[in-house]
Design a protein around this ligand. Structure first.
Ligand code: TYD
Ligand code: MG
Length: 451
């Protein structure tokens, strides 16, 4: 009989300890060690192991065959774009995201539209529940097989006769392998199940997509090593109260991580948003104060985004500062710059910032639009609708250039903007565009230009 081994695993970072202690040695978290039974797999290889695999030999770089990595198109252009052109056979993709954000919806939609034989394994929902969801989305397919099962060996029993071309597991935290004795979702279970799935994907050259739960800090639950083991890590994010969702690649062994996909959650499932700029700018007949358009770039995708600001006298003693979709610390910094460098007394004002669509962006080029929106609300003077902004603001009130300026200006020109406010030091190439560049140097020059 195999020897039963016990160890203590940190439930937050996955580090193994030989004995219990209050604090994890690696991540320094307190009270995260839990005892788990680990039983070494017996000498007989489990189903997914193939001892007949050829031992690879070292070869010269220029001898490596790169004719091309074949891609499986998913019929979802946003997902294909994020994956770097489609699914790669044998690749393992991990999809993380908050509960209820739409991970299962995205993957079921994929299974029903990809036109290949798919096995959708769910440990979270019954086949009836999945069918109801498919009905709600108005989709059906004759090549999508559903399986409600959590035990890996029982899942793999079904695979040889089915020969699926894509396998989806929803979710890795519900899977359980009898090789390990601890409960589903524990660090050693996740590690062992992921290893089995990866082995399956590589030996059968079948792509596998795993859903991963996330912790309250936004990291994928389970050991960090899970993210190292898979080929691609995707993150599905957005504000659950808004309809827009962003799909990002945090890691991709088969493509760049700079692409994003944008979806709109509708009652009949997720719809791809092909032209984000048009939906993210709210349509209005008259110009209102406190609105400014930023020419942002997420990865390499330009997007025009509307920033709304409201500056009003504080009713209570301490003024409120609130930012939705924008970093609150960054907002405080911009307010301090306005106060110190441009002489605006904002210390006694309530300030609210909202990025429309509930999309949280990290692009520094939003700074100028945020400041313009704040000033516009402060003076109650609208900003012309045909003007947009793209620049970062420094601590001394200087307006700094941002990356990919050409891309931003092109997008603005394409959407009919007539003026774009950028830093004086921006290096721009495209001369032929019908858009005027307003070159600014300091926050003061922005104030002079606007009012
Ligand atoms: P779900 O995909 O189950 O999220 P996850 O797997 O990430 O936990 O659910 C997403 C939410 O979207 C759910 O609360 C209901 C809603 N929804 C729609 O608005 N329209 C739809 O067509 C579907 C299927 C779900
Ligand atoms: Mg789900």
């Amino acid at each position: 009989m195999a020897k039963v081994k016990k160890a203590f695993f940190c439930q937050s970072c996955g580090t193994q300890h030989t004995q219990w202690q209050g604090q994890c040695n690696a991540c320094k978290a307190w009270n995260t060690l839990a005892e788990e039974l680990i039983q070494k797999a017996s000498s007989t290889e489990n189903w997914s192991g193939s001892s007949s695999q050829k031992t690879p030999k070292p070869i010269l770089l220029h001898e490596v065959d790169t004719t091309q990595i074949p891609r499986i198109k998913t019929n979802d252009s946003e997902l294909d774009r994020v994956l770097g052109g489609g699914l790669v056979p044998g690749a393992v993709v991990l999809l993380g995201g908050e509960p209820g954000i739409g991970k299962s919806t995205l993957l079921l939609q994929l299974s029903l539209t990809i036109k290949r034989k798919v096995l959708y394994v769910s440990g979270e929902e019954s086949q009836q529940q999945i069918k109801l969801r498919a009905n709600r989305m108005g989709l059906t397919a004759d090549s999508c097989y559903l399986l409600s099962q959590t035990e890996t060996l029982k899942i793999f029993d079904q695979i040889p006769q089915l020969q699926p071309e894509l396998v989806i597991f929803d979710s890795i935290q519900t899977l359980h392998t009898p090789q390990i004795e601890s409960g589903a979702g524990s660090v050693s279970q996740i590690k062992a199940c992921a290893a089995e799935l990866i082995k399956y994907a590589k030996t059968n050259n079948t792509p596998v997509i795993l859903v991963g739960h996330i912790t309250k800090d936004g990291a994928i639950a389970g050991p960090k090593i899970l993210e190292h083991m898979v080929d691609t890590v995707l993150q599905f994010e957005g504000d659950r109260n808004h309809i827009y969702r962003i799909l990002r690649a945090n890691k991709n062994r088969f493509g760049a991580t700079s692409e994003i996909g944008i979806y709109e959650m509708q009652t009949q499932g997720l719809r791809e948003v092909k032209n984000p700029s048009e939906v993210l700018i709210s349509t209005k007949s008259q110009t209102l104060s406190g609105h400014a358009i930023a020419a942002t770039v997420e990865g390499i995708r330009p997007m025009m985004i509307e920033v709304q600001a409201l500056v009003s006298s504080a009713v209570y003693g301490t003024p409120q500062r609130s930012a939705t979709g924008f970093n609150a610390k960054r907002l405080n910094m911009l307010l301090a710059v306005l106060e110190k460098r441009a002489g605006f007394a904002l210390g006694s004002k309530d300030v609210f910032i909202n990025i429309t669509g509930g999309i949280a962006l990290e692009d520094p080029a939003l700074d100028l639009a945020v400041v313009a929106a704040l000033l516009s609300s402060y003076h109650d003077v609208p900003i012309p609708q045909q003007l947009c902004f793209a620049a970062e603001i420094g601590l001394s009130g200087e307006i700094r250039p941002v990356a990919k300026a050409d891309l931003r200006i092109q997008e603005a020109a394409k959407l009919g903007f007539e003026q774009v406010a950028i830093s004086k030091f921006t290096k721009v190439g495209n001369a032929g565009l019908k858009i005027e560049k307003v070159l600014l140097e300091t926050v003061g020059s922005l104030v002079d230009f606007l009012f």
